[in-house]
Design a protein around this ligand. Structure first.
Ligand code: F0G
Length: 424
């Protein structure tokens, strides 16, 4: 494996490094890309044929695309059949956002309930390929849940760093349950991110945040799967939430690679939606700035409560390549959109529903045409954050109006009382 069919390249200064060198950044501090040789790129027909295969790699919604993602020795692969998530027609949400039609790709259907599993299967696979036995991440919750599960399944020791009190219970439960050593730090996510990078460098632990470029490679598969779901028709727009900006980076990188390989004939436009309380990308994009300045983040969508996104440079590149846009939505808009997503029988965690809130805004402003072909990505499962759901429906969230509340009704338990409730 000394000559991998890929290498690493710095996004800032273009320096290159071997694909299997243990590093996350360039010596100049810039973040890295995985650059593939793509000597064995499959055809779309090859990729479709794998849908009928029973081989474990073909059954994964990431490894089905392996030559485009991470061509490594199969013995290292740590897979839990991630991906294969539903692409739903959502007519009520099309109406809500002002579109004629809308499809939603539900990444909450991954094994640990978020899209992070797609990047974690490749990240943990690289840990094994590099002979690492300990892995770590900082997280707003989903990355740590995913890493804890994949590390446990692969027999690696896991350390997670989370901001105390700022992570949803479903996610904290998962890290503990899967046996990760869980460190709650007194700062926010951005402080945890700083700390974990120092810890990994000092203690020889493999870093599995999305600054690790191999995480990005796995997450490209969301876009690949959307196109495969659509029989390789490229939608006009793909819309997703942005926090640390790894996922939007992955989406654009994957699309640009398919285009360069001639597998698709145009690029979808990418729309990134940030929470108004955690909007450094939006601020930079709106003013045309070349760099993203950190902010102090605060939003009910704790998954994207990030003020200093690691992948901002790669994300801006992707937005330029795909003629993309950035918008922001406040917590009220996120939770109202969430109530609609949940009531459609689909359901997702708050950060995911920024997608739908952002779409409503972009259609309202005329940026996205009502008849556009749009796919929105829902990034995490509804049960990740049950507190917010119960709080909203009981009108108990500070500063939020429960516009679409469905509060539980209390009764003494007599039949006539309940029959009266049912009506008629
Ligand atoms: N949606 C959810 C549910 C997330 O958990 C995250 C990120 C995002 C969207 C944003 O994706 O960071 O690639 O821009 N969660 C990270 C975590 C940071 O630690 O789980 P991004």
């Amino acid at each position: 494996m000394s000559h991998a069919p890929f290498h690493l390249a710095c996004v800032a200064c273009a320096a290159t490094f071997p694909g299997l060198e243990l590093r996350y950044r360039c010596d100049c501090g810039g973040v890295l890309d995985v650059v593939h040789a793509f000597a064995d790129a499959p055809s779309l027909g090859d990729l479709d044929a794998r849908l009928a295969s029973k081989a474990p790699l073909d059954r994964s919604g990431v490894w089905r695309f392996r030559e485009l993602i991470l061509p490594v020795d199969a013995q290292h692969v740590a897979t839990r059949r991630e991906g294969n998530t539903g692409l739903y027609d959502a007519p009520s949400l099309a109406t809500y956002t002002g579109l004629a039609a809308l499809r939603l790709k539900h990444e909450g259907e991954n094994p640990t309930g978020s899209f992070k599993d797609r990047g974690m299967t490749t990240g943990v696979t690289m840990a094994r390929a590099l002979g690492m036995t300990r892995v770590a991440c900082a997280s707003t919750g989903n990355t740590s849940a995913s890493m804890a599960a994949y590390a446990a399944a692969a027999g690696l020791e896991a350390f997670v760093f989370i901001p105390e009190g700022k992570i949803a219970y479903g996610k904290l439960s998962q890290a503990l349950a899967y046996g990760a050593r869980t460190v709650q730090i007194e700062g926010d996510f951005d402080a945890a991110m700083d700390l974990v990078q120092q810890v990994c460098a000092a203690a020889g632990v493999y870093l599995l945040n999305s600054v690790n470029p191999f995480r990005i490679e796995g997450q490209k598969a969301i876009g690949f799967e959307i196109l495969q779901d659509l029989d390789w028709r490229v939608p006009d727009w793909i819309v997703l939430p942005g926090g640390n900006l790894g996922n939007s980076t992955a989406l654009a990188k994957g699309m640009a690679e398919l285009h360069a390989l001639g597998l698709i004939d145009r690029l979808p436009r990418v729309a990134v939606v940030q929470a108004a309380g955690a909007n450094p990308l939006y601020t930079a994009w709106r003013s045309g700035a070349e760099t993203v300045e950190p902010v102090r983040a605060h939003t009910v969508a704790t998954a994207i409560q990030i003020g200093n996104p690691v992948s901002w440079q790669k994300c801006l590149r992707g937005l330029r390549q795909t003629d993309g846009v950035v918008t922001e939505v406040d917590d009220q808009a996120i939770l109202d959109a969430k109530a609609m997503v949940d009531a459609a029988g689909i359901g997702a965690e708050p950060a995911s529903c920024a997608t739908v809130a952002g779409l409503k805004r972009l259609v309202g402003e005329g940026v996205i045409a009502p008849d556009a072909d749009v796919v929105g990505i829902l990034t995490g499962h509804l049960l990740k954050d049950p507190d917010v759901v119960v709080g909203y429906h009981q009108d108990g969230l500070e500063g939020i109006t429960a516009t679409y509340a469905n509060a539980p009704v209390k009764v003494r338990g007599a039949l006539d009382e309940v029959l009266a409730l049912l009506g008629g």
